[in-house]
Write a protein that binds this ligand. Structure first.
Ligand SMILES: [Zn+2]
Length: 199
């Protein structure tokens, strides 16, 4: 049984492939799209196509860029001696929003996960090591997620880098702002204790 006429069915089908978009959202978006003016739809289609065509990976940090080098790597006001290593490109805007970091980044594009057949050669670790060999890097901050694979990846990288005489740090993990101690799980609490600092 076909509920939609052919072009609409096709649109709903494509939209439902997007992450977080279920059948109902896809339907709502599809109806919204067909009700838009030609100008609005042309702008949307062009934005999707140009984002897909023009965005590439920065040759230095492997983050998203619209040229060979991204805006962060080409910014001289940032401290190029401190590299924050993250798992994915989305982690950069998250870190930037914190406003606490003025160094540069390196995106691994994944984490080491033997159970998923992802080894050190499958992430952009070689690119990081090449940067460390060339640049005057003083500190590498490992900011992978505090889960099993993120932790294992951080440990692996730390072991590789430490002999190079570069300071290796790991972001602290603790109790989220607004959370209550009583309801914090024991792993988070244990980490918060381990990561305590002097005031
Ligand atoms: Zn870059």
């Amino acid at each position: 049984m076909t509920i939609y006429i052919e072009p609409l069915a096709k649109l709903v089908n494509e939209l439902s492939k997007l992450p977080g978009i279920g059948a109902r959202s896809a339907q709502r978006l599809a109806y919204h799209i067909i009700e838009q003016s030609d100008t609005d739809i042309t702008a949307l289609v062009e934005a999707i196509a140009s984002a897909h065509d023009e965005i590439c990976f920065c040759q230095v940090c492997q983050g998203l860029s619209d040229g060979p080098t991204c805006s962060i790597c080409s910014d001289d006001s940032r401290d190029h001696g401190v590299i924050c290593v993250v798992a994915g490109t989305r982690d950069i805007p998250a870190m930037e929003r914190s406003g606490e970091f003025n160094g540069v980044y390196h995106v691994l594009h994944g984490v080491i996960s033997p159970s998923d057949n992802v080894g050190p050669d499958d992430i952009r670790l070689r690119e990081l090591l090449a940067r460390l060999a060339d640049d005057n890097v003083r500190e590498v901050i490992l900011a992978t997620n505090p889960d099993i694979t993120g932790e294992a990846t951080a440990m692996y990288i730390a072991r590789l880098i430490k002999p190079m005489g570069i300071k290796v740090t790991r972001i602290a993990h603790g109790i989220p702002v607004g959370a209550e101690l009583e309801y914090t799980d024991e792993v988070t609490l244990a980490r918060a204790m381990l990561g305590r600092r002097e005031l």
